[in-house]
Ligand binder design. Sequence first.
Ligand SMILES: [Cu+2]
Length: 354
Amino acid sequence: MASFSAVAYYIPYSSSFFPNKPPKFNNRRRNPVVKFTCKAKNGETSPGKLDRRDVLLGLGGLYSTTSLSANPMALADPALPDFKDCIDATQPNKTLINCCPPAPSRIKDYVPSATTVNTRISAQSVEVGSDYYNKYTEAIQKMKNLSPSDPRNFRQQANVHCAYCDGGYTLKGSPKLLYEVHNSWLFFPWHRWYVYFFEKICQKLIHDDTFTLPFWNWDAPQGMQIPSIYNSNVISPLYDCFRNPDHLPPTVINLEWSYGDVQVDPKIQIEYNLAIMYTQMITQSKTPNDFFGKAYRAGDDITTLDGAGTIEQTPHNHVHSWTGTAVDQSNPIDMGALYSAARDPIFFAHCCAI
Ligand SMILES: [Cu+2]
């Protein structure tokens, strides 16, 4: 257990997604580290240049598929959490919370074994009472029914997000800095692995290794509201009472929402949302770092990095705060706050969309 507390150092960068007024569009212009070209001629890539395919390959394949021997981004120790000691995380109201997972006897490196690819489906297309819905709710209910000390228990899994995002670990090699998986290029890969293992637990519990989680397609008009499966009835394991009551279906999501925004005509909101997506995906994503986020390496202070990529900032953060409760703006819970976001099952559909 913790031998010291997070507040001994600092309150995490942001313990809610948007405690105050969220940033608007990412209008910053950074000096591009890597230039972006639409397509390399004859399959060539030249040092310092990437084509769009490489951007879409993701961080895992990005630097191995291009000639980036001169790219300093690949040449530093990675930012890692120090697993020696898990400390209390900090809620938006500054109170501490213990999100630490059960201490493993040993940590084993995971080796992926899957040879097939299962396609996720949109949450909006799932009908309440369908076979898929029954499987999904069975998996989540079984996770919630597991012993509270079982690391696969739903609350334990929610706490993983809390521990890694809200000050549960220090940065390895820098005991005065906290580790954080938001606001940098860690955002995409960390969340994708998190969802991957959550999905594996679901598969195991319902004895179906083809099961996939649904994704919340908030970037398409038909997905721009809370999918009905999460709001069907209050005893469903997919339901969460800590969502903003003003934003339940059929309210259309505002992908750039912040406290105080008024609802506009749904058709206009959808047009705004599509424009926001275009802006974040294309106009503002001139470089890989714009899109994925800034490099976060050993020794870096995440509180001063200001490194979130375009999609993490908007719409990702805004979907969180739009969905989470607005009852107490100074102390948002569930989807509206880092420490509690994954307590809402819709969190995993949201993360499957990024
Ligand atoms: Cu997160």
